[in-house]
Design a protein around this ligand. Structure first.
Ligand code: TYM
Length: 376
């Protein structure tokens, strides 16, 4: 069996997502639950339909609460360790869909503290620069400015420090070590940090739903152990797989391998060059052979990216898949389809980024104002 590793700080190898559900103790999103979510949302979603969001904790309870009129709220986040790539945007695009469909509040934590503490060689000024840039990218996704609060940990801390301490007091070092694998080399800031990532799950006395890739689940496991003893609800969570790096379907697109990722700032030429040069192909070495034997979309990164979300039309995706398998579609042509989709996506993102009003999300919107007046 291929080995793999999934922690909040490292994802490598060929991840067996079914096995991960068992290891992490999460639940699979069954067809029935997916249909229930889609019914409540009033609209289907490509990432749900294609199984990209595949696992959850208590999503059924969120839907119960919603149907009973108790509501829920959304929470997600980003660690500003560098510029953002397409993989970081995907949970946010899904979160936007949830917010739009359910009309709920959304909290987005930008963890400058976490990245400063965990990344050797990353200085405070660098993290601040990345945080400012990342916040613009997050705001550009197009959330509801009156129902979304984007906050940076080091700035918002005075409003939440007492709550953070109450959380920290509930978590022993031995739990943190077992869940996160801390060694004697860990600095003491790293050991305290998980308390802050739990804080936003308590922002409202409703159930919290966290859209994220499954690497973040260890935090929610701890949250669920301590929430009720502090008078709050266990958080719910909905987990995605990882968007693979260009070089092959193993692991995840990662900031530490710049050529493995498409960055949100990449221009058209760079996107084309990267995809043509690096995107792992399931095609045959020569055109003749490809026409005869066909390609394998299951290991082809371009096809996998189209499947995750860049080609939402099922019948068009099916045609691409069939044509590729039977050799009618060449690797270069498949790569061009993806290149055009990504360039279109990035152009729209850049345009929204130019126009968006970050201060609405951080200070001036209705929810942001309320949050700056709240002490936890
Ligand atoms: P970060 O910045 O590593 O990642 C931000 C979000 O992107 C997801 N992600 C990916 N999703 C798909 N494919 C990939 N290749 C990929 N790489 C990363 C992550 O799972 C995450 O959802 N500690 C967090 C910040 C945080 C947070 C949260 C995240 C604070 N509170 C609540 C999610 C929910 C971090 O460093 O994320």
């Amino acid at each position: 069996m291929a080995e793999y590793k999934v922690t909040p700080w490292e994802v490598s190898g060929n991840v067996d997502y079914e096995r991960l559900i068992r290891e992490f103790g999460t639940q699979k999103i069954t067809d029935e639950l997916r249909q229930r979510l889609v019914r409540a949302a009033g609209e289907d979603n490509v990432m749900l339909r294609r199984g990209y969001f595949f696992s959850h904790r208590d999503l059924d309870l969120v839907l119960n609460d919603y149907e009973k009129g108790k509501g829920f709220f959304l929470y997600t986040g980003r660690g500003p360790s560098g510029p953002m790539h397409i993989g970081h945007l995907i949970p946010l695009v899904f979160t936007k869909w949830l917010q739009e469909r359910f009309g709920v509040n959304l909290y987005i934590e930008v963890t400058d503290d976490e990245k400063f503490l965990f990344k050797d060689g990353l200085g405070w000024d660098d993290v601040q620069r990345y945080a400012a840039e990342n916040i613009r990218d997050i705001a550009a996704v197009g959330f509801d400015p009156n129902k979304t609060f984007i906050f940076k940990d080091s700035e918002y801390v005075r409003n939440v420090y007492p709550l953070m301490l109450k959380i920290a007091k509930k978590i022993t070092f031995s739990t943190a070590r077992a869940v996160f694998g801390f060694t004697n080399k860990a600095n003491i800031g790293e050991i305290f940090y998980p308390a802050y990532q739990i804080v936003p799950t308590f922002f409202e006395n409703k159930r919290c739903l966290i859209p994220n890739a499954i690497d973040q689940d260890p935090y929610w496991r701890i949250q669920r152990d301590i929430a009720e003893s502090l008078g709050y609800k266990k958080t719910a969570s909905i987990h995605s797989k990882f968007i693979p790096p260009l070089q092959g379907i193993q692991g995840k697109m990662s900031a530490s391998m710049p050529e493995s990722a498409i960055w949100l700032t990449d221009d058209e030429k760079t996107v084309k060059k990267k995809i043509m040069k690096y995107a792992f192909s399931g095609g045959q070495p020569t055109v003749e052979e490809h026409r005869k034997k066909g390609g394998n979309p299951d290991i082809d990164v371009s096809f996998q990216w189209l499947k995750i979300m860049f080609e939402p039309d099922d019948s068009r995706l099916k045609k691409i898949e069939d044509d590729y398998r039977n050799g009618a579609l060449l690797s270069g042509e498949l790569k061009q389809i993806l290149t055009d989709k990504i360039n279109d996506f990035l152009a729209k993102h850049q345009e929204r980024k130019e126009k968006c009003d970050v201060e609405m999300f951080m200070r001036n919107g209705k929810l942001a104002q309320k949050m700056w007046e709240s002490y936890y």
